[in-house]
Design a binder for this molecule. Structure first.
Ligand code: IPD
Ligand code: CA
Ligand code: CA
Length: 293
């Protein structure tokens, strides 16, 4: 962490003790990739919106228990991949509907439609989520809510934004009055009992819990200070890669259920501002089973 912070230029923190190459590295090089992610997310979002009127007539596949994909999920994913491949033909891709596409050290992690169940029911809470990893580190994240035209963006070292507004997690320091987001373990129902205990503990201490149905937007809302904390069991990397960067760049802390950083691997995540994370972790930890560690 920089000890001598002087100013902010082009969204990059300028620290005069930083070598010049670090400075340059933190600011400019990822901008074209962020621009590409934004273009892809907006284009997929437009496609999703245009299809929303027909949502009840769409062909739907069941991928697993309570796990659905429509032709819109696949069309949106193709749209995103076409835009990315045109700009960066050598990059790898991990996309929810079509899986792994091998490439170089850059990997785009794509959830073309996060909140498919909401979308299919006309419940207005879903988004496009795109992240870019370089050598396993998330460098860029974009979450686009086409219904509200809200574009959440983050660049590692460059902060998180909602449209043109800089984001910051809340500065609440108490569970009293806190609004906490979550997702139900509807796919991994073997964890339901543990989850219900966590739910009970958080319900007792907080002002309320919200289960809106899009993990990407949950994390974006946390970064934007609309939620004070978030936890979920069994997410996939594409659900959270962009949101994780968003939260970190907005000053938040993220761990798995063992207070480690293996959340992308385990899918089990607790996210909040540093103080709220401590409080939320204390409520959840007593109910974490060995399988969830
Ligand atoms: C789902 C959403 C939901 C979360 C599920 C995810 P999908 O993504 O993010 O909030 O609880 O675990 O699978 O399937 O709509 O892309
Ligand atoms: Ca998802
Ligand atoms: Ca999805």
């Amino acid at each position: 962490m920089c000890q001598l912070m002087f100013s902010v230029v082009n969204s990059a923190e300028i620290c005069y003790s930083m070598p010049l190459y670090t400075l340059i590295k933190n600011s400019k090089p990822m901008q074209p990739m962020l621009n590409t992610a934004v273009r892809a997310a907006r284009s997929a979002g437009d496609l999703i919106l245009r299809s929303a009127e027909n949502a009840s007539h769409l062909k739907i596949d069941q991928k697993g228990r309570n796990d659905f994909a429509s032709e819109v999920d696949r069309m949106a994913e193709r749209e995103i991949m076409n835009i990315i491949k045109l700009a960066y033909p050598d990059h790898g891709i991990l996309a929810e509907e079509s899986g792994v596409h091998a490439g170089n050290d850059f990997v785009w992690v794509i959830d073309p439609l996060d909140g498919t169940t909401n979308f299919l029911h006309g419940f207005p809470q879903y988004a496009v989520s795109i992240a870019l990893k370089h050598k396993n580190r998330i460098e860029v994240g974009v979450i686009y809510d086409p219904l509200r035209d809200e574009l959440f963006t983050a660049k590692r070292g460059g902060g998180a934004m909602l449209n043109s507004r800089r984001l910051r997690v809340t500065n609440n320091t108490s569970m009293t009055g806190a609004l906490i987001g979550t997702g139900f373990p509807f796919k991994n129902q073997q964890h339901l009992d543990a989850y219900v205990e966590m739910f009970k503990a958080v319900t007792i201490d907080s002002a309320g819990i919200r289960r809106a149905g899009s993990a990407a937007l949950d994390l974006a809302y946390l970064a934007a200070g609309r939620l004070d904390g978030f936890w979920e069991i069994g997410l996939m990397e594409w659900d959270m890669a962009a949101g994780v960067l968003m939260v970190k760049e907005a000053g938040g802390v993220i761990t798995d259920f063992s207070f480690n950083d293996q959340y992308l691997e385990s899918g089990n995540i607790i996210a909040a501002s540093p103080k709220m994370h401590q409080l939320l972790y204390q409520l959840i930890e007593p109910h974490v089973t060995d399988q969830l560690k």
